[in-house]
Design a protein around this ligand. Structure first.
Ligand code: C2E
Ligand code: CA
Ligand code: CA
Ligand code: CA
Length: 278
């Protein structure tokens, strides 16, 4: 038993080493990646399922590492957040998204761009000034920018969050609540936050139409949003059954593999062709 215990310990410690090494590796490489422009933004369309019209795009960060290949955001965002590098990386995402929005407008395809903000970015005292300058300099219409925040980011210091949201909204941008329903969803709080859009989390959409609980929760979120005059976007929509269920419950804007995965800008021509042929 003793020997086995030792082996088990050895096994766990090797696993921990591997995780710690990976973390250290990513931490070291992140700085260089920023300098060497190893990041690319992919865009995933949010489509009105009634007419296949693109209503906006979510900007999703991709890291193409020279030797490791594609590193998914779920691997590096938490580390960027912990090290504080997310502030610089997030500023780059905002800048790229503004420039993208301006390009779309020049192409006669003016549209909304949803941008994920991290907790650290949202709390950063210089966020509002930085964004304000960026909006002016890039020439983007502020109303085209939708900032995605999660419930947990609003729940720590509620008063500070409300103030920050009002300052952001004063710039003319919209506020989305991402992954809605997975956090601390207190309805009374929701009414106090100046929120424009709720994004129904993929975990509720995924098992439609098999899971009747999820269907009821989804329908309830949509009905509640309607009463509060908040728009809804459903995330992770993969099947026609899910599109139909959402339509029957008055949610028309959907994001997910059913219409398109996140894609680089160069693949837009084939996206538009595909949407035209649905
Ligand atoms: P998220 O904001 O909830 O983004 C949606 C995720 O769901 C994306 O994963 C997207 O590729 C994926 N997805 C979209 N449609 C479907 C579908 O139909 N089925 C399935 N299975 N998945 C779908 P991704 O791109 O890997 O991003 C993961 C998370 O990383 C994001 O979750 C977001 O929290 C974070 N993230 C990505 N880019 C940024 C960024 O620029 N800044 C910050 N702070 N976080 C980011
Ligand atoms: Ca998001
Ligand atoms: Ca989400
Ligand atoms: Ca999510």
């Amino acid at each position: 038993a003793k020997a086995k215990g030792r082996n088990t310990f050895h096994f766990y410690s090797q696993e921990l080493d591997a995780a710690a090494n990976e973390r250290l590796f990513i931490e070291n490489e992140l700085r260089q990646a920023l300098r060497e422009k190893q990041f690319v933004i992919y865009y995933q369309p949010q489509v009105d399922s009634r007419n296949q019209q693109v209503m906006g795009y979510e900007a999703l960060l991709r890291w193409f590492h020279p030797t490791e290949g594609l590193i998914p955001p779920t691997k590096f965002i938490p580390i960027a957040e912990a090290t504080g590098l997310i502030v610089e990386l997030g500023e780059w995402v905002l800048q790229e998204s503004c420039d993208f929005a301006v390009r779309l407008k020049e192409q006669g395809r003016e549209n909304n761009i949803s941008i994920n903000l991290s907790a650290r970015q949202f709390k950063d005292a210089s966020l509002v000034t930085m964004l304000s300058k960026m909006i002016i300099k890039s020439g983007v219409s502020a109303k085209r920018l939708h900032l995605e925040l999660t419930e947990s980011m609003l729940m720590g210091n509620v008063e500070a969050a409300i103030t920050q949201l009002h300052e952001l909204k004063a710039l003319g941008v919209s506020i989305s609540i991402d992954d809605f329903g997975t956090g601390y969803s207190s309805l009374s709080y929701l009414k106090r936050f100046p929120v424009d859009i709720l994004k129904i989390d993929r975990s509720f959409v995924r098992d439609i139409p098999e899971d009747t609980n999820d269907m009821e929760i989804t329908a309830a979120i949509i009905a509640m949003a309607q009463k509060l005059n908040i728009n809804v976007v459903a995330e992770g929509v993969e099947t026609i059954e899910q599109v139909q269920f959402l339509q029957n419950n008055n949610c028309f804007v959907v994001q997910g593999y059913y219409f398109s995965a996140p894609i680089p800008e160069r693949e837009f021509p084939s996206l538009f062709e595909k949407l035209n042929n649905i």
